[in-house]
Design a binder for this molecule. Structure first.
Ligand SMILES: [Ca+2]
Ligand SMILES: [Cu+2]
Length: 343
């Protein structure tokens, strides 16, 4: 059963020198069983059908067709992880990836609505009747003991990200939130896609740069410019939205990285396919790693609008986070990948 309880103590051990708390999305939600879902491939959107048809019939002579609103990520070798960050980002290690496609932006409310319209899918938050909402107030709602800015809110779901009375009307281009890993996986499957692996996500976030901490380079704010939708001010009490957004931003509000990808830092955390393993990098296979064979939490990447320099610095390209696959929060979303056809 989905349960709301304290932040997992293991998260609090993930502090880099200097005392920055390795907060996650905040909560550990106990895994629930997730019923099987119908394969909705027949109702896949035209773009996905065209893409899979192209993939099925491609030949070496044919130029690679890039699916709509996706980028071709060339693959190759890169150094994954970081030696100067959180302990689970080490050791930095070389990884080799095959080419793949990745969505240019986080999946939006409009895109998720099309999936729900076509399939009648109900998210885990809708089935359980509640989800987790960022709420720095001090009202009576149930809160995470060690991260009291997270509240359990009845009636919070993807259409009501902050609970009853909140809406996504007029926010069709915002990233969908309050979607669990299972929900994200179901969407990607319907679209003829899949979630990216953690390695694919990090390779893509790096945008072709080597050793830079951010998708755009080495400086957080080059020439004083904010490059991502993150938190400014002292977290969580003070929001000082110098980047122009106090909450979620429409996808693509900030400049893309070297691969044309938007919001690989900030806006929403993004689900990856892999189970999370804190020491996985020590034993990760060098070619196309898929994560540990089993686990309790799935990987989240990229940080969200709640990530700040003085708190979690979650928008670093090497930063790792995780949550149980039934978790839903108002700062967690996803984007999808597709393997590129083999030449
Ligand atoms: Ca993001
Ligand atoms: Cu953060």
């Amino acid at each position: 059963m989905r349960r709301f309880h304290e932040i997992a103590s293991e998260r609090l051990k993930l502090r880099p020198p200097g005392g920055m708390a390795g907060w996650a999305t905040g909560l550990s939600l106990v895994l629930i069983s997730c019923g099987s879902r119908e394969d909705a491939a027949s109702t896949a959107p035209p773009a996905a059908r065209a893409e899979s048809a192209a993939a099925a019939t491609s030949s070496p002579a044919r130029p690679l067709e890039i699916p709509a609103e996706m980028a071709l990520i060339p693959g190759g070798r890169f150094v994954m992880g970081a030696g100067d960050g959180f302990s689970h980002e080490a050791p930095p290690h070389e990884v080799l990836l095959e080419p793949y496609f990745l969505d240019l932006h986080e999946v939006t409310n409009a895109q998720f609505a099309a999936f729900v319209q076509a399939t009648g899918y109900r998210t885990e938050a809708e089935r359980w009747g509640w989800s987790v909402v960022f709420s720095p107030d001090t009202d009576e709602r149930e809160r995470a003991a060690e991260a009291p800015w997270w509240a359990k809110v009845e009636g919070a779901d993807w259409r009501h990200p902050s609970g009853p009375g909140s809406t996504i009307d007029g926010r069709e281009s915002n990233p969908v939130v309050q979607v669990s890993w299972h929900d994200a996986e179901a969407y990607c499957r319907w679209a003829g896609k899949r979630l990216p692996t953690e390695a694919e996500w990090e390779f893509a976030a790096r945008g072709g740069l080597e050793g830079s901490p951010y998708p755009w380079g080495d400086d957080l704010t080059p020439d004083g410019r904010w490059m991502a939708n993150i938190w400014q001010g002292f977290f969580p009490g003070e929001s000082d939205p110098k980047d122009g957004h106090a909450g979620l931003a429409s996808v693509g509000s900030y400049s893309p990285n070297g691969y044309g990808l938007h919001d690989m830092a900030g806006n929403v955390w993004e689900w990856c396919a892999d189970w999370y393993g804190p020491s996985y990098y020590a034993t990760s296979p060098p070619k196309n790693p898929q994560g540990p064979p089993a686990g309790e939490e799935k990987v989240l990447r990229g940080g969200s609008f709640l990530c700040s320099a003085q708190y979690c610095i979650g928008y670093r390209v090497a930063h790792r986070n995780k949550a149980t696959p039934d978790s839903g929060l108002d700062n967690v979303g996803f984007r999808c990948a597709v393997s590129a056809p083999q030449p």
